[in-house]
Design a protein around this ligand. Structure first.
Ligand code: GAR
Length: 193
């Protein structure tokens, strides 16, 4: 077994989770954030990566959906695990086959509720608010061929007050993500070693 496992982070937008994860692992003895991948050239996560001095790569949606060029890059960099930290595209079969049970996603709600195609970011919080839910949370799970249906590794809840707007719900969910996601990644990946 390798002494250091390389983690690749995929993100589509701001990348605040990606930064939080990168900072958490910056001094880790056996897990390394090797590289960051974005499907949008203007995604703020690419600027965060530059500040963190982590190699970052932009691939257009077509390359992500097809997967061959991306897989070559991941192999060349000797990536062991992929973490989706706010990544909004479906993972293509070629990557699922190359990384079986090695792709982790975070979803900003309590799956199986509020998951599936089109359920990402603020859309999730809007749906939760519209349904007058009294709680929401996060789900960290392995990725399979169906959106948001892989094995659940971890969930955490937070209460929603009647006057919470979508922004407040998003803030509470982000706080849970920052508090738990790095540690859940660490526990899962170390259990594979
Ligand atoms: C996070 O809340 C994450 O759970 C969500 O996108 C946000 C990204 O925020 N992911 C999904 O909705 C996946 N379906 P960030 O860019 O600030 O980390």
């Amino acid at each position: 077994m390798k002494s250091i496992l390389n983690i690749a982070l995929f993100a589509s937008g701001s990348g605040s989770n990606a930064q939080n994860i990168a900072e958490y692992f910056s001094q880790h003895p056996s897990l390394k954030i090797d590289s960051i991948y974005a499907n949008k050239e203007e995604a703020f996560v690419l600027q965060r990566a530059a500040k963190l001095a982590i190699p970052a790569f932009y691939f257009p949606n077509s390359d992500f959906r097809e997967g061959t060029v991306l897989l070559q890059k991941l192999r060349k960099r000797d990536v062991d695990i992929i973490v989706l930290a706010g990544f909004l595209l479906k993972i293509p079969p070629i990557l699922l086959e190359a990384f079986p049970n090695r792709i982790i996603n975070i979803h900003p709600a309590l799956l199986p509720k509020y998951g599936g195609k089109g359920m990402f970011g603020a859309h999730v919080h809007e749906a939760v608010k519209a349904a007058n839910e009294s709680e929401t949370g996060i789900t960290i799970h392995l990725v399979n061929e169906h959106y948001d249906e892989g094995q659940i590794l971890f969930q955490a809840q937070c209460a929603i007050e009647a006057d919470d707007q979508v922004e407040q719900i998003a803030e509470k969910v982000h706080a849970l993500e920052y508090a738990h996601f790095p540690h859940v990644i660490e526990t899962f990946v170390l259990s594979m070693k």
